[in-house]
Design a protein around this ligand. Structure first.
Ligand code: NDP
Length: 455
């Protein structure tokens, strides 16, 4: 294997950078560096670790525009989206900078002394991340892991390693000690797999496909490694006839075509009450046709290209199954991995496009008859990550929200992710929670200490 990796720009197919490519030996070296840095990092006074994370947030904020441009070019995402994402990276480090001094334990009444709990870092954590939100998803793992006193080896996706590499320089510029954060650019099947099997790695935090997640969980079992998995999705956007249909139709495109549909929370199944189907589609069409698809660095762009030629082939294959195209937006010609935003309607719930994660800009609109039918269809999937409910009936909104088997849901909105609230999946969308206060559970072990007082 070549020891250089050519990183492409998806909007042009040109080589954006060439970087060194690691193998198993480099993975072992990165783990050794993280292990060596662990005792001093975990022993740092809580306020000192908090200060280090604030300093890192400051440095990232100073470089926000540079990171946003790099991310937009490497991942092919709209620059306005990339800026928002880099803002979230900064906010995530700031939020978890508050954590070292708030890692509270319990005191528990027992006979003969005092029992209490403390939270210990897990140790060396391997972070394996995808190409769709490269630095953002890394930050969701890095910030709570570091706040809790762990050291890390981050393996970004080979398609999008550039912001992670720049991040590793900014970590040192912010004054964090060498070895606390190690970035390893190499293939998942060698470097990633080595992290999963390595006896000196205590935990793996992974975001990516359900298929790779499954194999990571199986390999990690050999060393009883802690694992958190954030995997695929096939989320439903449920629109009842009594909803504000104008608002639901205006919001639906960004919920499925945002990041060119390469989003584990994409609402790629739009379930619409049959009596409102015609009106909803008429309201949706102009919004889809108006979507500005083009150069990621153009301030007006709303959707960029897909990440790779392989992803384009996979996404395009969903149009070969004969499901009816209701309408589509536009996409540029020429170089770049472009696919127009496309709406299929009405789609049979058994069709492949209604069951598999597309990870591209294709929405399947599926009619339902009543509330029970909507819930049945929404839950008829192996996944359970996100979703939305649009209705003016508050009691129904809450009934359906409790009945839908997903980790995050929005009512009359399409948001999934906030720095301060937990995020993660039910069913084969994974396990463990990121963000919010709950993420710290995934990066700490609870230790119980009993102190005999001789009573
Ligand atoms: P993968 O799951 O293959 O990649 C995610 C990360 O895992 C990458 O860093 C990859 O490394 C690494 N990896 C791959 N194989 C292994 C392994 N055996 N052991 C350890 N790490 C490994 O996603 P793909 O890029 O192949 O995307 C395929 C599909 O996955 C998408 O179409 C989409 O459906 C889904 N997906 C879901 C995501 C989500 O947010 N939940 C994100 C990305 C993809 P590398 O790529 O460098 O080899």
């Amino acid at each position: 294997m070549s020891d250089r990796l050519a990183v492409l720009e998806p909007a042009t197919e040109a080589v954006l950078a060439e970087v060194p490519r690691a193998g198993v030996d480099e993975a072992d070296e990165a783990v050794a560096r993280a292990r060596e840095a662990l005792p001093a990092w975990r022993a740092l006074a809580p306020a000192e670790r908090a200060r280090a994370l604030h300093a890192l947030a400051d440095v990232l904020a100073e470089h926000l525009e540079e990171l946003a441009v790099l991310e937009a070019r490497n991942a092919g995402k709209a620059i306005t989206d990339a800026r928002g994402e880099m803002g979230m990276v900064v906010d995530t480090f700031r939020y978890y900078a508050g954590a070292p001094e708030r890692l509270l334990g319990d005191t528990i009444p027992v006979a003969g002394g005092q029992a209490f709990t403390v939270r210990e870092p897990v140790g060396v954590v391997g972070l394996i991340t995808p190409w769709n939100f490269p630095l953002t998803i890394a930050a969701w793992k890095l910030a709570p892991a570091l706040a809790a006193g762990n050291t890390v080896v981050l393996k970004p996706a080979e398609l999008t390693p550039l912001t992670a590499l720049r991040f590793s320089e900014l970590v040192l510029a912010a004054g964090l000690p060498e070895g606390v954060v190690n970035v390893l650019v190499g293939p998942g099947r060698t470097c990633g797999q080595r992290l999963v099997e390595h006896p000196d790695v205590n935990k793996i935090a992974f975001t990516g496909s359900t298929e790779v997640g499954r194999s990571i969980a199986a390999s990690a079992a050999a060393t009883i490694k802690r694992v958190t998995l954030e995997l695929g999705g096939k989320s439903a956007n449920i629109v009842f006839a009594d909803a504000d249909l104008e608002a639901a139709a205006a919001a639906a495109p960004s919920a499925v075509f945002g990041n060119a549909g390469q989003d584990c929370c994409a609402r790629s199944r739009i379930l619409v009450e049959a009596s409102a189907m015609e009106r909803f589609l008429a309201l949706l069409e102009p919004h889809v046709k108006a979507l500005r698809v083009g150069d990621p660095l153009d301030e007006a762009t709303e959707m960029g290209p897909l990440i790779s030629a392989a992803q384009l082939t996979t996404v395009a294959s969903f149009l070969d199954d004969g499901d009816p195209v209701a309408f589509a937006g536009s996409a540029p010609d020429g170089p770049g991995f472009w696919h127009a935003p496309t709406v299929l309607a009405p789609v049979d719930p058994h069709a492949r496009v209604a069951r598999e994660e597309v990870f591209g800009p294709i929405a399947a609109v599926i009619p339902f008859t009543d509330e029970a039918d909507a819930v049945r269809l929404a839950n008829d999937t192996i996944y359970g990550l996100s979703g939305s409910i649009w209705t003016r009936d508050g009691a129904r909104a809450l009934r359906v929200a409790r009945a839908v088997e997903t980790g995050v849901l929005s009512i009359n909105a399409n948001t999934s992710v906030r720095v301060t609230t937990p995020f993660g999946g039910f069913k084969q969308s994974g396990y463990g929670r990121e963000l919010g206060p709950h993420a710290l559970d995934a990066y700490t072990e609870v230790k119980t200490i009993f102190y005999a007082t001789g009573e």
